[in-house]
Design a protein around this ligand. Structure first.
Ligand SMILES: Nc1ncnc2c1ncn2[C@@H]1O[C@H](COP(=O)(O)OP(=O)(O)OP(=O)(O)O)[C@@H](O)[C@H]1O
Ligand code: SF4
Ligand SMILES: [Mg+2]
Length: 498
């Protein structure tokens, strides 16, 4: 039996109307029948467009939202049926790391207080002294200085705050950590550090992760299995390599067709599948196959009326499409949907990008580039994310080393002192490295860039201290939510309370 098993999980939010009589006039079908298994010690990556229900699914596992139907079985116990008090005890074994590290940390508590809160609630450590020692060890493990204990969240940079979020989960010794967009709020260079840290912790502590992301590059290199969600359902699930090598669902194909290929010859011939229409509302999902309104292969009748189930097409590659085999074999012709040359599309979308590389890249562009670089280097699992870390200038293969070097914040800060801003800019502009010397230069520059960002944030936060009273009054609402969440023994994300 798998460590975590979801079977037919549905989360439907009622839509209420009326001033005096609360009438339910419909439902938001945020999660609509998801079944998946997460093996102990592995990582399950969940990807999909914004609003497809990823966060709701994650929250349903922790019972932070009510499950309308289905079961969530952790280690043989169905959490969906557990009474409140028992569920509270189980929650120690299931922790969540949130997208916005600052928003999920109470600004009025110091780090020791934030981290010991859950330990006290779950009876970990016989006294505060013992808890403090454990917190110190974990802070060190996640790369934070021991003096972090007495500091407040606003005194840390974004990357450091995410490390605190991870430490908060770790002190409770969980079995499963659900990471909801753990790096999407972070600078691209810091993203790689956090992803690497998660991987190292998994190896050391045998953790099991569910990583939610909209960035294909992030989930690819950390996940053993990947599930692709569309409008509350899983449309495809496969071992990570198999999914990227041969996506079988039309939606996954369209997503993947947007990812650049590192080989220039292949890239020149790459075709991009353009989906037509907008993502339908989860309050009014299309009949039959949810994707039929946008699917380039949609067939009359069947696709609009019959909802496809996830079918195993072999080696654990599950696809929810009536015509997956025919599409893979090329015997089913596209009925709609434009296919354009990726090169042409790139030229049309961003005419200036041809000659002049923009000074600031969008995260999506960086991630795509990262992917391309990493693939070129044929690097190991973590490398492509590391490639992003190398700030476009370094060889992806060296990325891992870069991250390791700047792994702890202290080291990174020390390096920052020795480096200049110009060096960071140079790394940004540098061509893909071919010589060892060039790669090394870019590596150093990149480390400087990372630390520059962190130092800058720290300086910013110092200035913020002056206006602390204003900030505190602004965040008071959030803080209350945190308090409530903490006292209820939950890990509910305060700013996202709905
Ligand atoms: N408490 C709620 N009440 C009503 N609708 C909700 C609630 N929470 C989420 N939804 C709706 O459910 C759908 C799925 O939301 P969810 O936050 O799970 O998506 P997501 O995939 O995590 O998106 P994103 O990538 O933007 O974080 C959305 O349409 C959202 O508006
Ligand atoms: S079932 Fe039909 S509409 Fe749905 S993905 Fe397959 S071909 Fe497209
Ligand atoms: Mg979300």
């Amino acid at each position: 039996m798998s460590l975590l098993e979801l079977d037919g999980v549905k989360v439907h939010f009622p839509i209420k109307k009326g001033l005096f009589f609360d009438r339910t006039v419909g439902h938001v079908y945020a999660v609509d029948g998801i079944s998946l298994k997460v093996e102990a010690g592995e990582t399950y990556g969940l990807v999909g467009e914004s609003g497809c229900g990823k966060t709701t699914l994650g929250r349903s596992v922790l019972r932070l939202v009510d499950i309308t139907e289905g079961s969530v079985v952790l280690d043989g116990t169905d959490l969906a049926k557990l009474p409140g008090e028992e569920m509270r005890r189980f929650r120690r074994r299931l922790q969540m790391v949130f997208q916005d590290p600052l928003g999920s940390l109470n600004p009025r508590q110091n780090i020791e207080s934030i981290l010991s809160e859950g330990m006290v609630a779950h009876g970990i450590g016989k006294d505060q002294e013992e808890r403090r020692e454990k917190i110190k060890a974990i802070l060190e493990r996640v790369g934070l200085p021991s003096n972090a204990l007495s500091r407040y969240p606003h005194e840390f940079s974004g990357g450091q705050r995410q490390r605190i979020g991870i430490a908060r989960a770790l002190v409770l010794e969980p079995d499963v950590i659900i990471c909801d967009e753990p790096v999407s709020a972070l600078d691209v260079s810091i993203q790689a550090q956090v992803i690497n840290l998660l991987e190292e912790l998994q190896e050391e502590l045998g953790l099991t992760y569910v990583v939610i992301a909209h960035d294909l590059a992030v989930v690819r290199h950390i996940s053993d299995t990947i599930g692709v969600m569309y409008l509350g359902s899983l449309v495809e699930e496969a071992p990570s390599d198999a999914l990227y090598a041969e996506p079988k669902h039309p939606y996954t194909k369209a997503l993947m067709s947007a990812v650049p290929v590192p080989d220039p010859e292949v890239e020149d011939k790459r075709e991009r599948i353009l989906l037509t229409g907008d993502l339908p509302s989860p309050a009014n999902p299309p009949s039959g196959c949810r994707f039929h309104t946008r699917c380039p292969w949609a067939q009359a009748e069947r696709c609009a009326t019959e909802r496809p189930q996830l079918r195993d097409l072999g080696s654990g590659h599950r696809v929810a499409c009536h015509y997956a085999e025919e599409i893979a074999a090329g015997t089913l012709k596209r009925t709609t949907g434009e296919v354009v040359s990726a090169t042409r599309e790139g030229v049309e979308d961003a005419p200036a990008a041809e000659d002049d590389e923009p000074a600031t890249k969008t995260p999506a562009a960086s991630a795509a580039e990262t992917e391309a670089e990493a693939d070129t280097a044929d690097a190991a699992k973590a490398a492509p994310v590391d490639g992003a870390d190398a700030g476009d200038g370094a060889d992806a293969g060296d990325g891992a080393e870069t991250v390791d070097k700047a792994e702890t914040v202290d080291e990174a800060e020390a390096e920052a002192e020795a480096e200049s801003t110009d060096a960071a800019e140079a790394a940004e502009k540098a061509e893909p490295a071919v010589s060892a010397e060039k790669a090394e230069k870019a590596e150093q520059s990149e480390a400087a860039a990372e630390t520059e960002t962190e130092t800058a944030t720290e300086t910013e936060t110092e200035t913020e201290t002056e206006t602390e009273s204003k900030a505190e009054s602004e965040t008071a609402g959030k803080a209350d939510s945190v308090d409530e969440a903490a006292s209820a023994g939950t890990t509910e994300e305060p700013q996202k309370a709905v």
